[in-house]
Ligand binder design. Structure first.
Ligand SMILES: [Zn+2]
Length: 89
C-alpha cells in the first residue's frame, strides 16, 4: 500500500467531481473528514489551477501524507488508532 499513490488517486477523482469516495484508500474515513484536507485541497490546489505535474501539488500531497500516521489503517488490523473504529475489507 502506497499512501502517496492513494492520495493522488483520491484527489484526482475529487477534481473530476466524484463525490462517492469518502476517503483515500487505507485511511479512516471518519478521521479523514475531521482533518478537512478536502477544503485545504480546494483552497491551495484547485483554486490556483495547480495540476498534478506541478511541484506545489506534490508537496501538498506529501504534507498530507506526513500527517496521516494515526489514521492510517493497518492492513492486518484495520482499526483506526485515533477513533478506534474498525473497518472490514
Ligand atoms: Zn479514525
Amino acid at each position: 500500500m502506497n499512501i502517496i499513490t492513494n492520495l493522488k488517486n483520491y484527489f484526482k477523482a475529487k477534481s473530476k467531481g466524484d463525490e462517492t469516495i469518502k476517503a483515500p484508500d487505507g485511511i479512516c474515513p471518519n478521521c479523514w473528514g475531521k482533518q478537512e484536507w478536502d477544503g485545504d485541497f480546494y483552497k491551495k490546489i484547485k483554486v490556483n489551477n495547480i495540476t498534478p505535474e506541478h511541484k506545489t501539488y506534490d508537496s501538498f500531497i506529501h504534507e498530507v501524507a506526513s500527517k496521516l500516521d494515526k489514521i492510517t489503517l493497518k492492513e492486518d488490523i484495520l482499526i483506526c488508532q485515533t477513533c478506534n473504529i474498525s473497518y472490514k475489507k
